[in-house]
Design a protein around this ligand. Structure first.
Ligand code: DAH
Length: 340
């Protein structure tokens, strides 16, 4: 009979004893776990005639409360005992407190933002879920530009003109439409591309975008700022070089390499024996981009640049597999404790 079983268990539970934490755990498993005695009772409870359900149910509840309370009391008693014996020596050195570490990408993002803020740039941010206009249209991408293709862009299914931004250049447009020049901002953030995940590519990564709009801005201004950045980030002997390139939103456009800091430019496996490694894209903002966001391109001009935070982190810390950044393996993250 279930009532006898309840009575017997109640007697048992009220007399429980434990010597060690392991004993307490064994008791918890025996009575309170999924396969414990109390759950077994619940299975029997199903067969109790309806008119007795209320009374029996109350008894089971009381028994359960008793078991929970008794086991907690045993645990507390043991904790107190061990506290007495262990911590009684108030002169012993304290246990070390283990602090978490910042993620390497956060460290590098902060360092990039920090360098540019010393050069007078302020921080701007924009949404990760963006509309087609801010990601592509306002950035002077042609309607049939391949970057809009399914291969690159994640679309929000119900709204084909809403996308996950594939670059932080979208924040340029967001800033320009609400602010007139002078504009001097850096825009860090996460971006998404529809790529198969491997050591060298991921479906999300991070960029920092830079934008400077004023009167009479020259390509030399851009070059100077990027050189200062490279030397702050990678050491004062770092050299830069700018190679012609193409982006829809800048004209002229360039890609910037830095001298390989592992071999000092002599050539090694890391820089594929060229002495140079690529770190960012840049250029003079295309007048069409200024006009698209309501800025008078006859009066103002400027430069922009964009870099991948993972890329810079890989270079600075020689991380060879992009997947490490999103796996949260403590052994990897702990390696950056000193950089915090
Ligand atoms: N948006 C480019 C990308 O995702 C990076 C970039 C290149 C940004 C040149 C810029 C720029 O502002 O001027 O690859």
């Amino acid at each position: 009979m279930i009532t006898e079983k309840i009575a017997q268990l109640t007697a048992e539970v009220s007399k429980l004893q434990a010597q060690t934490a392991q004993d307490v755990e064994t008791l918890r498993i025996k009575y309170l776990s999924k396969k414990g005695a109390l759950n077994e009772l619940m299975a029997d409870f199903r067969n109790v005639p309806a008119e007795m359900k209320k009374e029996v149910g109350m008894k089971i509840n009381e028994l359960k409360a008793l078991a929970v309370e008794r086991i907690a009391a045993l645990r507390e008693q043991l904790d107190e005992q061990s506290a007495e014996s262990d911590d009684a020596d108030l002169t012993r050195t304290p246990y070390p407190v283990r602090l978490g570490t910042r993620h390497p990408l956060t460290l590098v993002r902060n360092e990039i933002v920090d360098i540019f803020s010393r050069l007078g740039f302020t921080l701007a941010e924009g949404p990760e879920v963006e509309d087609d206009w801010h990601v592509y249209g306002s950035m002077n991408f042609a309607d049939d530009h391949p970057a809009r293709d399914m291969q690159d862009t994640f679309f929000v299914e119900a709204h084909p003109s809403v996308v996950l931004r594939s670059h932080t250049s979208s924040v340029q447009a967001r800033v320009m439409e609400r602010q007139q020049p002078p504009i001097r901002v850096v825009c860090p953030g996460r971006v998404y591309r529809n790529e198969a995940i491997s050591a060298r590519a991921h479906c999300f990564f991070h960029q920092v975008e830079g934008l400077y709009i004023a009167e009479n801005v020259s390509f030399a201004d851009l070059k100077q700022v990027l050189m200062l950045f490279a030397q702050e980030m990678f050491g004062k002997d770092t050299q830069i070089r700018l190679r012609p390139s193409f982006f829809p939103f800048t004209e002229p456009s360039a890609e910037m390499d830095i001298s390989c800091f592992l071999c000092g430019g002599k050539g090694c496996g890391f820089c594929k024996h060229t002495g140079w490694v690529e770190i960012l894209g840049c250029g003079m903002v295309d007048p069409a981009v200024l006009e698209a966001s309501g800025i008078d391109s006859a009066k103002y001009n400027g430069y922009a640049f964009g870099m991948g935070v993972e890329r810079i982190t890989n270079l600075k810390y020689q991380v060879s597999d992009l997947r490490l950044f999103s796996e949260n393996d403590a052994r990897f993250l702990d390696e950056f404790t000193a950089a915090n």
